[in-house]
Design a protein around this ligand. Structure first.
Ligand SMILES: [Zn+2]
Length: 282
């Protein structure tokens, strides 16, 4: 049987799954990410060995934080300081003797949600709202890429925001007033002094307002058919939070059609399922 492997290499956890040609997951394992590149690579290799169970792997795909060179497969995920200029494609192809593809986690998640989350409309924007914030934009199922292959950074747009503690709005990228600094897990922690799951109703309302302003900009610039939102903050805030953000977007949007906006259908598996999608489509 043809066997394909997907890797979700995140800042807090590593997930590996084996799937069949239809992308149905056969076996999966996970472990925590460490602060050592050698340990992480050794863990990934033993997890791949475990899920592949001795069968030849036909193809492997991976999701990881940017920045990266997706053509060369060289990765330097911002939130994993031990991983700098790692030739992941060369390492994995030599070790496992199969084609290997890697892309920015939000692009990969967008592909997973598009293929298996019922989001297969022409212009599809996927957003991840977790520790940080990012997105992937697909046109006819293909990743939209910017100049020189650059990945668009939707979290680093500025917006007119509401905030009960404005001096605490500081983006990790160094620019002022970024959306990510207001609605991501790290941003919320900085502003409200607690994790998203502990926000009260009034604080959620602020975060929803700010996300809605970001959605409005993205809807006006990309005119997508659908915006699907995943990641821990979005899933934690739930339908009510996303619904409120959608209302703010709609009430500020003019001249362009209003996109469908909803929570991810694949929950925490979007990047892992997407990693399988990219290897099946290569
Ligand atoms: Zn920023």
């Amino acid at each position: 049987m043809a066997l394909f492997v997907g890797l979700d290499i995140g800042g807090t956890k590593l997930m590996v799954a084996a799937a069949d040609r239809e992308g149905d997951i056969l076996r999966r394992v996970r472990t925590d990410t460490t602060t050592s590149l050698e340990t992480d690579l050794a863990n990934l290799n033993s997890m791949i060995a475990e899920v592949s169970a001795g069968e030849q792997i036909q193809g492997m795909g991976a999701a990881i934080g940017g920045p990266l060179d997706w053509e060369q497969g060289i990765v330097s995920p911002l939130h994993q300081p031990a991983w700098r200029d790692v030739p992941l494609k060369a390492i994995m192809e030599a070790r496992w003797n199969c084609p290997f593809s890697v892309d920015v986690d939000t692009n990969v998640a967008a592909l997973g949600e598009y293929r298996w989350g019922g989001g297969s409309l022409k212009r599809f924007l996927y957003l991840t709202l977790s520790t940080g914030m990012g997105g992937g934009f697909l046109v006819d199922g293909k990743i939209y890429r910017g100049q020189g292959g650059a990945h668009p950074e939707v979290g680093h747009q500025s917006i007119p925001f509401r905030c009960s503690n404005p001096p605490a709005v500081q983006c990790e990228c160094g620019a002022p007033d970024c959306l990510e600094a207001l609605v991501s897990g790290n941003g919320i922690r900085r502003i409200y002094g607690k994790p998203a799951e502990n926000l009260d109703a009034e604080e959620w309302e602020e975060v929803a307002y700010n996300l809605g302003q970001g959605l409005r900009n993205m809807a006006a610039l990309y005119t997508p058919d659908v915006i699907r939102i995943g990641g821990g903050v979005a899933v934690g805030g739930g339908e009510r939070f996303i619904g409120r953000a959608r209302e703010i977007m709609e009430s500020h949007l003019r001249l362009v059609p209003v996109p469908q906006v909803g929570l991810s259908h694949l929950g925490y598996d979007t990047a892992l399922r997407g990693a399988i999608a990219i290897t099946l489509s290569q």
